[in-house]
Design a protein around this ligand. Structure first.
Ligand code: ADP
Length: 202
């Protein structure tokens, strides 16, 4: 089945776009959601994460303590790499399992770190980047999460730059702060038609 990789920085509008695509009949597989499932109580990630980081990163319910883990990996690059080495292959297999069950017109892999992780680009037929400037990201994430500007800047610094993403994009959806939802929808709809046509041909 035709596979689209959908990416973009935090707050760029990926989820907004993927919700539209799901509504129009694509099967959306969200890597963040898979990561959360893997680190829920009893999830496949709990054992290896506990072995690597100790029981203190597991909360009372048996889930990975995401806030604690975030603190650890932001402070320590090696820890971040270790966590990624555990979770990325598990996310990849979970995504394959979900893709095998897909019934939509095509598959959308929503992958926040598609550009950073390197392993996704070869697994999709096409990459779409939801693109916006950094100020837009900061104001959207602030409105959504209430995080401080410096905390958001830290997250942005750990992600690929806008330029890095645009370099791997086959398609781009522009979603700066000046873009109304209507225009975001229009751009997405035009690309959806193209992806459906490509899916029908493949
Ligand atoms: P991401 O999944 O890339 O982090 P989201 O789709 O969650 O981004 O968008 C971040 C926030 O910005 C959400 O609250 C969303 O509703 C809002 N948003 C995104 N695009 C627009 C837009 N064009 N106009 C208004 N609000 C938007």
């Amino acid at each position: 089945m035709f596979k689209l990789g959908l990416t973009g920085g935090i707050g760029s509008g990926k989820s907004t776009v993927s919700k539209l695509l799901a509504k129009w009949g694509a099967t959306v597989i969200d890597a963040d959601q898979l990561a959360r499932q893997l680190t829920e109580p009893g999830g496949l990630g709990i054992k290896p994460v506990t072995e690597a980081f100790g029981a203190e990163v597991i909360d009372a319910t048996g889930a990975m303590d995401r806030r604690r883990m975030r603190e650890i990996v932001f402070a320590d690059k090696a820890a971040r790499t270790r966590l990624e080495q555990i979770l990325h292959p598990l996310i990849g297999s979970a995504a394959d399992r979900a893709a095998a069950l897909a019934t939509g017109r095509y598959i959308v892999f929503e992958i926040p770190l598609l550009v950073e992780s390197g392993r996704w680009k070869d697994r999709v037929n096409r990459v779409c980047v939801v693109d916006c400037d950094v100020d837009t990201q900061i104001s959207r994430v602030q409105a959504r999460s209430g995080l401080s500007v410096s905390a958001i800047q830290e997250i942005l610094a750990a992600q690929a730059t806008r330029e890095d993403r645009l370099l791997v994009a086959d398609d781009v959806i522009l979603n700066d702060i000046s873009v109304p939802i209507g225009y975001l929808t229009e751009q997405t709809s035009a690309l959806h038609e193209i992806w459906c046509a490509l899916a029908d041909r493949s």
